[in-house]
Design a protein around this ligand. Structure first.
Ligand SMILES: [Zn+2]
Length: 162
């Protein structure tokens, strides 16, 4: 296992579209292990493969909840709620910054797991935020592209609703 270097926001690779994983072999399993190790080292809850400089459609997530470690290979959103939610996001590629982003309240993702099986998973609330954020990375999109310009009053209202 190895901790890999996280690419930071001005690195042009973060703007590239990642490619589908065709075969899940030892190399892919090694990349996934390294991604988890890198994410834990940096105290993140999610990491996309492009953030360690590899343009593959792989995402790892661990929100320290009952789901534990989640590996999403070739994920795509197949359904999402019309209801939206606004919450604060950060990104390991953009240290020391945060911003409010609007995302669907709930999304259903179809993906391949590490054993090569097709799975679907529906996530809600902040986990839906996290899934959408990481999936955006696979298409070269950063949360800062979507960040809302909220007034102080709007932010206070949001925080009071939690
Ligand atoms: Zn990110």
């Amino acid at each position: 296992m190895a901790i890999r270097q996280i690419r930071l926001k001005d690195d042009p690779i973060l703007r590239k579209k990642s490619r589908e994983v065709e075969v899940i072999d030892d190399r892919i399993r090694q990349i996934v292990e390294d991604m988890f190790e890198t994410m834990y080292e940096n105290e993140g809850i999610g990491l996309a493969c492009v953030q360690v400089g590899i343009l593959k459609r792989i995402v790892v997530i661990d929100m320290r909840d009952d789901d534990g470690k989640i590996v999403l290979i070739n994920p795509k959103i197949i359904d999402q709620s019309e209801e939206k939610q606004i919450d604060m996001e950060g990104c390991l590629s953009i240290p020391n910054e945060r911003g409010y982003v609007e995302r669907p309240k709930s999304v259903t993702v179809e993906y391949t797991d590490l054993d090569g099986n097709t799975q679907t998973k529906t996530v809600t609330d902040y986990k839906a935020h996290c899934f959408c954020h990481e999936l955006d990375h696979l298409d070269g999109v950063l949360y800062t592209d979507k960040v809302l310009n909220l007034t102080k009053e709007e932010i206070e209202k949001l925080e009071n609703e939690k």
